[in-house]
Design a protein around this ligand. Structure first.
Ligand SMILES: [Fe+2]
Length: 350
């Protein structure tokens, strides 16, 4: 199937995103499964700019048609898929835990309080590249960390708290201490108010994570949570900050990495950075995190790239949950961060 290789090559040249024959196959399989652009990005698990480009190249060769807001395989496209042995996606995800491997069970009463509290949260804003996960997702993350023994009696820090992790953690009463550092004053104030009302004792501070950490948080925590922007440099910096807050060996960190803005080539570099920091990747849970659609989608780079203009309706932005643990010789990163570390060729939501 030379045409698949050709399209991959051309798409890579046009986007600077690594593309393989398999990338093209996955986009075709996604079109066989859905006619909605956002769902096609979601299913194909390739970076948005690459999916958009592959669709345009398939369209140029009359293999895919754009009809209104729909993306459809043409007769020629269906024939090619058949010849290449490309089939629609099949899913066998567990419907009970949605593939997350944990359920909320005994944390339910805290979860119900959380559901009510988060209704009044400040909306996500573009200025800070915000986007938050569903409340159920936030709590599943708490359940995961408790399942791995990272919460009970532990000092826990959240670096950037769009997801209101600090409130969820404190509501369970499991950690000994919960601290958050967050650049957005609106969020910090909201968390402070909730903390006071529910007597949660959350240590919430306004802090720009591009600056080095406040001295008293360095080496003081057992577990960190963060949700870094999707560039190798940003992951190195933000996860590095998290590692710098840890007390020592065999402490844990949690963060998400997506496929929507990161190719597997980038993943490979990210994983090397993690290993070089003295971290072991103990868990990788695909599509664990699902982000509530944000209002500023028309301002994001991805919107310019879409071949059909339809606002996302269902959740399409997901990420893989990483859990890492420190071993002997680990090393954090607490230098000032300079320059733009938020954008690369694969970005689409900035
Ligand atoms: Fe399950």
């Amino acid at each position: 199937m030379e045409i698949l290789e050709q399209i991959a090559k051309e798409a890579e040249a046009n986007t600077q995103v690594p593309a393989y024959r398999r990338s093209v196959e996955k986009v075709i399989a996604a079109v066989m499964s859905s006619s909605n652009f956002w769902r096609i990005v979601d299913l194909s698990d390739e970076p948005l700019p690459l999916v958009a480009e592959i669709l345009k190249l398939l369209n140029k060769r009359d293999l895919v048609a754009f009809e209104g807001t729909q993306i459809l395989l043409t007769e020629a496209g269906a024939e090619l898929a058949k010849k290449a042995g490309i089939e629609p996606f099949a899913s066998h995800r567990c419907p009970t835990c949605k593939g997350r491997s944990v359920v909320i069970d005994e944390l339910k009463s805290a979860y119900e309080k959380f559901l009510k509290i988060q209704e009044n949260r400040p909306p996500a804003i573009h200025q800070y590249d915000q986007g938050y996960v569903t409340p159920e997702n936030t709590f599943a993350r708490v359940a995961l960390a408790d399942d791995r023994g990272d919460l009970r009696g532990k000092n826990v820090i959240v670096l950037g708290d769009d997801d209101l992790m600090s409130i969820a953690l404190a509501l369970t009463g499991l950690p000994a201490k919960v601290t958050i550092l967050e650049i957005d004053e609106r969020l910090v104030n909201f968390i402070k108010e909730v903390s006071e009302e529910y007597n949660l004792n959350i240590d919430a501070r306004v802090h720009d994570l591009r600056e080095p950490l406040p001295e008293d948080v360095v080496g003081a925590y057992d577990t960190f949570f963060t949700d870094p922007p999707e560039t190798v440099e940003a992951i190195k910096a933000f996860v590095g900050r998290g590692v710098a807050t840890l007390k020592g060996e065999r402490c844990a960190g949690y963060f998400g990495v997506t496929r929507r803005e990161s190719s597997l080539d980038k993943w490979s570099r990210i994983q090397k950075v993690l290993l070089d920091m003295g971290l072991v990747i103990t868990d990788l849970l695909h599509n664990f995190n699902e982000y509530v659609n944000w209002d500023y989608y028309q301002e994001m780079r991805g919107w310019q790239l879409t071949p059909v203009k339809e606002p996302p309706k269902d959740i399409w932005y997901r990420s893989t949950q990483f859990r890492v643990e420190t071993v002997r010789g680990f090393k954090g990163f607490n230098d000032p961060i300079v320059g733009d570390i938020y954008n690369d060729a694969e970005s689409s939501t900035t």
